[in-house]
Write a new protein. Structure first.
Length: 256
């Protein structure tokens, strides 16, 4: 099915019913390609989402996040205490973790296919799509694999993408560097071990915050890895496909 993402209308042209016209044209072009179903997400509630997932945030640079208003200080919390609380290890812990390379495409494809098969709604990646979506691109995608030193088989995979934001009206900062968890698999332990190392790697690359949704197996590590609940909730919708309500842990789909 088609994936609909980033439908935008200029602020000065909103409330003029342009969005339905854009959707109608996208639908027409998708039909010409022989597809009649689509998946999309929205931050607002429309008729009718089949699941919803809350955003969670892990501070990497708490001082900056507080100064720009992204985070606040709770009672009895100071900036110094926040910096200590959200301290990140300097080194990764998984033996053999390294950036994904072109030679890893087949192994990553196998890991993802086996892992995503357990969810009610999930993409089925082809090897070509794994190569396109997951091979590291500077400033866009960060992907890592864990390779067994004896068999050279891939035992784990983790990825996150970069989505920076512009900071307005702040004399000190003009950019918020945010990392978003994408897909993670670990066949020899909890997925939290992979995510923990991704947090270390994101910190090394000067990201300010590490975000994730409470879908797949993500809820299992949110508390232990010091993720805090955010204000945003993402609603998932299917077009022209009847789908019963499912909990977010049965969803294996992340739209970049």
């Amino acid at each position: 099915m088609a994936e609909i993402n980033f439908l935008c209308v200029h602020k000065g042209l909103r409330s003029l019913k342009l969005a339905p016209m854009l959707i109608q044209e996208v639908t027409r072009q998708v039909h010409l390609c022989g597809m009649f179903q689509a998946v999309y997400t929205a931050g607002v509630t429309l008729p009718t989402p089949f699941t919803e997932a809350r955003y969670y945030h892990r501070s990497l640079n708490p001082k900056k996040l507080i100064e720009v208003g992204f985070s606040g200080l709770s009672r009895n919390m100071t900036i110094a205490r926040a910096v200590k609380l959200y301290r990140v290890d300097e080194k990764t812990s998984l033996l053999g973790i390294r950036p994904m390379e072109a030679k890893d495409v087949a192994g990553v494809h196998k890991l993802l296919t086996q892992y995503l098969a357990k969810f009610d709604v999930a993409p089925i990646f082809s090897p070509e799509e794994v190569e396109h979506f997951f091979l590291p691109r500077r400033g866009v995608m960060n992907s890592y694999v864990v390779e067994d030193p004896l068999t050279h088989a891939l035992t784990a995979f983790g990825s996150f993408y970069s989505l920076p934001s512009t900071i307005l009206s702040n004399p000190k900062y003009n950019r918020l560097n945010a990392a978003y968890l994408y897909y993670c698999v670990n066949t020899r332990g909890p997925v939290s071990a992979v995510v923990s190392d991704l947090i270390v790697l994101a910190k090394q690359q000067k990201f300010d915050v590490f975000n994730c949704l409470e879908l797949m197996d993500n809820a299992s590590f949110l508390k232990d890895l010091k993720f805090g609940p955010g204000d945003g909730t993402l609603h998932y919708y299917l077009f022209n496909w009847a789908m019963p309500q499912i909990p977010p842990n049965k969803l294996g789909l992340v739209l970049v």
